[in-house]
Design a protein around this ligand. Structure first.
Ligand SMILES: [Zn+2]
Length: 373
């Protein structure tokens, strides 16, 4: 820490100014060949204001300590998990298999079939990338699950459902069930029924011996695309807890289908504060337009779309993406209480009084988190 501070405090005034911080960012955000990534000055300024807590325009050594522990160290030595979503028989060769030409989208990336993407690329990552954790999600539905077209008749359609006659539904139609809870639902063929062959992970999928397994879609009344929450966010799986227990900050998400369960998992990962990468060539999707929309949303929320060949250098901290650094800084911001002078003071956490009223003058002054030595 001391050496880093001294190295970038070029004018030796005992603090880091914006120009010195800009040089630090240039050194920090590089690809594996050592080439700096482009950072626009607004982003550098945003980052500076997050860590120049006082807002006085110069980062003191005390402020730098948090920047070092909460940000720089995590970027240089990330803790990473591979999250493999729903690589199950039914999605590969069973009732909901993604066959060509449905997955023409994949052609843009490579020529591998769904089966190969899941069963070749993912194991290759497993063999070559030193992930700190491995997680596998399984779609795991009871027989009477709400998402099955075969079950449309066992629930009441809502008055505003676009289709009123359950007998006239086609696959992939959207209906609204009365509930409770009232639920918009796309109708899929029965798939991934608990304990069935279709719900098993594909036999050729290489599963890490210490892998964690997460079951989703287990409630008959709720569908669950994401491996974190059901589609209505009424319940949460154990995935977030498992990941946090391991101190993991970076998630590499892949599997089936890119534009459905993989994308939903990535959106929630970002929402939960993880640095998130979707591994595109180890995933397969259904609809190109939806895939691109998912990619765009992930990028807008400071996640990245990567190829499996890029993952190793990122996990090893040799390829350090500015997008993920920015995301982590936004997470750091949540734990800092700023004086009014710093424009980030508008993000200060507000606490409620016992009577439940917000008191804007009080803030929770969490000490900056100093984790992972
Ligand atoms: Zn399902």
């Amino acid at each position: 820490m001391e050496a880093c501070f001294a190295a970038f405090d070029k004018d030796e005034d005992g603090s880091i100014n914006i120009n010195e911080f800009s040089a630090l960012c240039k050194a920090l955000f590089r690809n594996e060949k050592g080439k700096p990534y482009k950072l626009d000055s607004q982003q550098v300024s945003d980052l500076f204001m997050i860590f120049n807590t006082s807002g006085d325009g110069s980062m003191s050594k005390q402020e730098f300590v948090y920047c070092w522990n909460g940000w720089i160290k995590k970027i240089v030595r990330p803790q990473s998990a591979l999250v493999v979503v729903d690589v199950q028989n039914d999605f590969i060769s069973g009732s909901l298999a993604l066959h060509r030409p449905v997955i023409e989208a994949a052609e843009e990336q490579d020529n591998l079939e769904t089966r190969d993407a899941a069963l070749y690329i993912q194991p290759r990552m497993l063999d070559t990338v030193p992930f700190d954790m491995h997680c596998y999600s399984l779609d795991w539905h009871p027989k009477d699950h709400i998402s099955f077209i075969e079950n449309v008749g066992i629930r009441t359609l809502a008055a505003d459902s676009p289709i009123q006659d359950g007998g006239k539904c086609n696959l992939y139609d959207l209906v609204i069930f009365e509930g409770p809870p009232k639920t918009s639902q796309i109708l899929w063929p029965a798939h991934c029924i608990q304990e069935s062959w279709g719900a098993e992970l594909h036999k050729d999928l290489k599963v890490h011996p210490n892998a964690k397994t997460v079951f989703k879609g287990v409630n008959p009344q709720l569908d669950s695309y994401s491996a974190f929450y059901d589609n209505q966010k009424l319940s949460k799986t154990i995935l977030d807890e498992l990941i946090r227990k391991e101190g993991v900050s970076d998630l590499y998400i892949c599997g089936i289908a890119t534009d459905v369960c993989v994308a939903s998992t990535a959106f929630h990962a970002l929402e939960l504060g993880f640095r998130t990468a979707l591994v595109s060539d180890a995933s397969r999707g259904i609809n190109l337009e939806n895939i691109n929309a998912a990619y765009n949303r992930i990028k807008e929320e400071h996640g990245v779309i990567v190829n499996s060949t890029e993952v190793k250098a990122m996990v090893q901290g040799r390829d350090r993406r500015p997008e993920l650094g920015y995301k982590l800084a936004l997470e750091c911001r949540k734990n800092i209480t700023y004086p009014a002078k710093n424009k980030n003071s508008k993000y200060n956490k507000q606490i409620t009084n016992n009577d439940g009223n917000m008191n804007g003058n009080e803030t929770i002054s969490n000490p900056p988190q100093l984790v992972r030595a």
